[in-house]
Design a protein around this ligand. Sequence first.
Ligand code: ADP
Length: 724
Amino acid sequence: MRTPRPRLRHRYLLALGTFLLPLAVLAVLGQTELQRSGIQAQGALDSGARQFLASAVKEIDQELARYMPPLLEASQRRLAELGPVRTVLELGAQERFAALRDIIVLDERASLIWPTPPPGTLSLPFSRDSRGALQAADLLLRRGLYQDGITLLEHFIEQLVAASPPGRGRRPEMWDSELRARFLLGTAERRLGHADLARPEFEKASSLAGRFRDTEVAAIGLSADLAIAELGTTADRLKLLREIANSEREARVADGLLTAVAQRLAVGIPAEDPDRATAEALLLEEHQRAATRAFAGYYDLVLKYGLRLRRIRQASQSEFVSDADPEERIVSTPSDATTLLSLRAATAAEAQRWHGCAHIGLHVDLNVLLAPILRAFTGTNGTFTLAVSDPDDVPMLPSPAAVPENFVPPSRETYGGLTLRAYPANGERLIAQAEAAARNRTLLMLALFVTALGGALWSWRSVSREAELADLKIDLVSRVSHELKTPLALIRMYGETLGLGRARDPEQASHFGGIITRESERLTALIQRILDFSQQQAGTLQYSPDVVDLGRLLRAVCDAYTPHLEARGAILVETLPDNIFVRCDANACESAIVNLLENAAKYGVDGDDDREIELDLRAETGMATIEVRDRGRGIPRGELDRVFDGFYRASNSGEVRGAGLGLSLVRHFARAHGGEVLARPREDGGSVFRLTLPLAPPADRPLEPTAANGKAHPAPSAPPPDRT
Ligand code: ADP
């Protein structure tokens, strides 16, 4: 292809831009589109999901509005009289308020009045003076050497009392050592079955424990009380159990220990004993008490500050529950259950029972309360399924397992932190749909891409072709005008000479006339080629094929053409056997051979030694092969094929006149008849042109070929001699 001219270069760019720019935009859009494909489903879901969430929120609102006021009211009626523990047990026992977990009593700054939060970490104030003796006694008792242990402990207590008599000036370690020694002594006596000896030691230990405020001593005191109750009657057991259940023993004692002691007291009462039922009821209260205290710990740590912050935000710093807003709600997750803490103002009776009491807090388990409501919003039957997580993002209703990748569920927040999310009920189906859509989009993108690329290439090709055609046109005009100019100039010159009667003699006049005839024949031949070539380019060049005896046809050509060749100093050596039949347009075939011979004469005769032009005909492997060989200037290797292009002339064609159309017509003729023409260099210089045509099938050959062909193809007239 030739270098495009500037105007065409613009067209190239325009053609490329027209396709490549949208292509690039398309590619970028497609890429983004594919990345978002997983999320795409969401858009379609959005409005439906919002409606779904709105109705879930509405249901929750309605359920709370239905549940909380009666609960608050019921708690008001019982609390002052029954206390929080039994109120919770009684209301919880009713089906209706099964979600109620705890009731706490708060002052006006929302600090706990009941229950007091559990004690902190244990401290162990051992008496350094007495640790050795006590440890030795403990060891003896563990080994079952009770008597030895008792002797050691009695001796230890005796010495302790002598050295530091009980009274005001006694150091705390001494009290502590006596307390531990007496507890161990009581334990040892009890093991030996000496209840009467054990009991006073436990009683002394219990009363000494009252002097201390630390948790370990409180635990020893409780253990001593347990031993006393166990050594006494069922009434003694029930008394201690009731004290524990009524929260009288909880100061400084860990809840786990209190629960363990309560259980041991209850289990110690035989099943058939009528008091066992009382013990079981007390045990239940004790469980509720311990649970409420655990919640109170969480409340003190977390919820109280949450409440205060909210209130500060509402610019009312002292009152937590105003008249206008009789109930305050806060949602949180103390352990694994989602809490709704509902605060109401204390009644006069409640305020009287607990000094400073201003608010009552009801801890409701939201999971239990909302479970029946939420169940209606889950499942795979509808379009959506609900997932709920609490303020700490702990799921109350977990999200479904199958969710499309990158799917962001529409969500809505309610009740100080409950987050409701809507997921497609049938995730698998949605995933399958999303995947199918993504696949389709990919295919579509691919198809668009290929189309756009195809368009760009096509456009490139057509612009290139246009450029070539434009070049051809320009070449055609310049070459044709150049080729026409010389013969016309000669015709005019010799015509004028003759017209003015300037010829010397009749012989010269006839010579001039001959030149005029030859040049006009050249003109005719050239114009014929141009016409053929333009028809070939337009695809309208027609042939009339017939069965032809090639040898005979070529001989006729040679007969007509030899004088002309000889005039140019060339000698034609021919080998043309008969009976090689092909099916072709005889006139076109003659023109092709004349073209090759003419070229051989024009470019192939260089000097005296190289005058021979060989013309061969043979039949081989189904083809008739015509070869024209010369010993001329040859064709440069890189141009052996290009000389068959229209208007192409080899770089070494030099001063030889020509339009570069002949070989293009030869190739067109050969190919149109199922053959080929090729040029190759000849050994020791020169060129070989080989034209092949398919042999006519035997059935097509005439019975008397010579006669038939002789009639069909009269010998062509001699072509005009070329001037070079
Ligand atoms: P033209 O002869 O009018 O230029 P052609 O199409 O017949 O056009 O030939 C194309 C070119 O091929 C010629 O210009 C010439 O350079 C080269 N050519 C053709 N025949 C020969 C030959 N026998 N020897 C050397 N070069 C040749």
